[in-house]
Design a protein around this ligand. Structure first.
Ligand code: ADP
Length: 244
């Protein structure tokens, strides 16, 4: 694969539930290094879009990651291609330690990995994830007793050790303190760089502080797209947000 700067290309994506068009012809181009916020009123189709990209719901249209078509592939295949997501409620193994959670994530779908290769590739990746998420000192702590924010960071770490280069995060700062929220933004900046991060979010202060670009969904369609300033100045966006 070459140095394609278009990490994720979504074309005419559509998802229907019993004839109801939850995602209704969405086009999106995400570049390496994007920290793209996906906003819009409740029911706009944000979560369904993430579900479609990650293979959780059937969709039509096209989603390519560095040229490889994802539509029609199963969830684990899409994850193996480096497209991973988190859920609104952190899904970590509560009774296992931080390190064990990362270890399991790193091994997901890679049962044939030899011990030797595992030592060479997986262990450094786990150390890096501990380092970048700031969870190093908590490596032996059961995930169940982590603070809310730390659980979210662990989940992001689990995507990193799976080698995800496109991370889709569903309301990562919901329920976080201001401090945790800022730490999360800094974490996303640290992991951004050579990856692409999509954040579904309702927290507008968080968006203003950290988004490099914004897509506004409304009724399953892209209503507006651009920088934070451009989107905020868009009368269509103001109308949708004032009208709800
Ligand atoms: P958002 O994340 O922007 O709040 P969603 O993607 O959750 O919006 O939902 C978009 C629309 O699709 C909503 O009207 C919702 O009720 C509907 N929807 C989502 N999932 C399903 C489903 N599994 N079955 C039927 N309708 C659904």
């Amino acid at each position: 694969a070459g140095m394609s700067s278009e990490y994720l290309e979504v074309r005419d994506l559509r998802v229907s539930f019993d004839g109801f068009k939850a995602v209704d012809g969405v086009d999106l181009t995400l570049l390496q290094g994007d920290l793209r916020f996906l906003i819009g009123p409740n029911g706009a189709g944000k979560t369904t879009l993430v579900d479609a990209v990650t293979g959780l719901v059937p969709a039509t249209g096209s989603v390519t990651k560095s040229g490889v078509e994802l539509i029609g592939k199963k969830v684990h295949r899409i994850a193996r291609l480096g497209v991973g997501r988190t859920f609104q409620t952190a899904s970590v193994f509560e009774e296992l330690t931080v390190l064990q959670n990362l270890d399991i994530a790193a091994g997901a779908g890679r049962s044939a990995l030899t011990l030797l290769r595992r030592r060479r590739t997986v262990l450094p990746a786990i150390e890096e994830a501990l380092d970048v998420t700031g969870l190093g000192k908590l490596r032996n702590t059961p995930a169940g007793i982590l603070a809310h924010g730390q659980k979210q960071w662990l989940e992001i770490g689990m995507l990193l050790v799976q080698n995800c280069s496109v991370l889709l995060l569903d309301e990562p700062v919901a329920g976080m303190s201001h401090e945790e929220r800022d730490e999360t933004g800094n974490l996303l900046r640290r992991i951004g760089g050579e990856r692409t991060v999509v954040v579904v979010e309702h927290d507008m202060d968080f968006m203003r502080a950290f988004a490099t670009s914004v897509t506004v969904l409304h009724a399953g369609k892209v209503l507006s797209e651009g920088t934070v300033e451009q989107v905020q100045a868009d009368p269509r966006v103001q109308e949708v947000y004032l009208g709800t």
